[in-house]
Ligand binder design. Structure first.
Ligand code: NAD
Ligand code: ZN
Length: 270
């Protein structure tokens, strides 16, 4: 099966698989790139349609919401419309399969994601979400989580393609009357303490750290690989494009959906 890949990539996958058969603790950080092959654009991709003139960074921040809540809410409803029928791709599925396999072979795999989609969960993995959840909402002022059954995105998303689920009407909090916002960590905001502590622990105590589909530009998540390396871990990166991450031991330079199934198969065969 590896023969179908370019020789250099196949050799690197074999080296990575050798590195990954023995260690007890593996930490994996995923970013928008792992969901790209499911049809969810990354923030580096140019936005399309109505939103072509906006940069994601200029919308996903608290100042933008304070200035123009309608604009930011509409953008998230558009993203929800875009994401609601997307499914895990071979990378998410291979990762979930590997987590099952590892659990039976005395290995632990901690999965940390910067993604706000739920494709890891759909594939059967458990992931710590550093940047929140696209399908949850909370009050922008008092923080209380907002559940509206008529907007139960998770429940609706398999059965309905109806635009009305993604109304751009702003919603206000029943407790303090301020606007409801997506439960997402925006640029400039602190990460959720529990998820971040889990990520730091997993990175500082792993034998191998794997970064999949992240630009390694968005801190503090981008610092996890450095933390792992300072504590003696080997670093593997899966990304078809070069990143500023200079501490990588093995680069698997192709799409996650191509690399991951091969890598997991090699791990099982090594
Ligand atoms: P990013 O958009 O900055 O970078 C994506 C990276 O993925 C790039 O380095 C790109 O080369 C790589 N990539 C593209 N296609 C790939 C593929 N098929 N396989 C492997 N890699 C591929 O994303 P980021 O580093 O995760 O950080 C930006 C922020 O954007 C995060 O905070 C995240 O919350 C948010 N975001 C999330 C989603 C999502 O939930 N799916 C989508 C867009 C942005
Ligand atoms: Zn409130």
């Amino acid at each position: 099966m590896l023969q179908e890949l370019p020789q250099a990539l196949a050799a690197n996958i074999q080296s990575a698989a050798r590195l990954l058969t023995a260690p007890a603790r593996i930490c994996i950080l995923t970013g928008a790139g792992i969901s790209a092959e499911s049809g969810i654009p990354t923030f580096r991709d140019k936005q399309t349609g109505l939103w072509e003139q906006y940069r994601a960074e200029d919308l996903a921040n608290p100042a933008a919401f304070a200035r123009d809540p309608q604009l930011v809410w509409s953008w998230y409803q558009w993203r929800r419309q875009l994401v609601h029928n997307k499914q895990p791709n071979p990378a998410h599925l291979a990762l979930a399969d590997w987590q099952d396999y590892a659990a039976q072979h005395n290995q632990s795999i901690s999965l940390i994601t910067q993604n706000v989609d739920d494709l890891h969960e759909q594939a059967g993995s458990t992931a710590a979400h550093l940047h929140g959840h696209l399908w949850r909402n909370r009050c922008s002022h008092c923080g209380i989580s907002y559940e509206d059954k008529s907007r139960d995105f998770n429940a609706d998303k398999d059965v309905s393609e109806d635009d009305s689920n993604f109304s751009t009407d702003l919603i206000t909090c029943q407790h303090c009357d301020n606007y409801i916002r997506p439960d997402i960590v925006w640029f400039g905001e602190a990460l959720p303490t529990g998820a971040w502590q889990h990520a730091e622990d997993a990175a500082a105590n792993c034998d191998v750290f794997i970064s999949i589909g992240t630009s390694s530009l968005v801190y503090p998540a981008a610092g996890l690989a450095q933390l792992a390396q300072q504590n003696g871990a080997k670093i593997i990166e899966i990304n078809p494009n070069p990143t500023p991450n200079t501490i990588v031991d093995i680069t698997l330079a192709d799409k996650a959906g191509v690399v991951m199934p091969h890598l997991v198969q090699q791990i099982k065969e090594t």
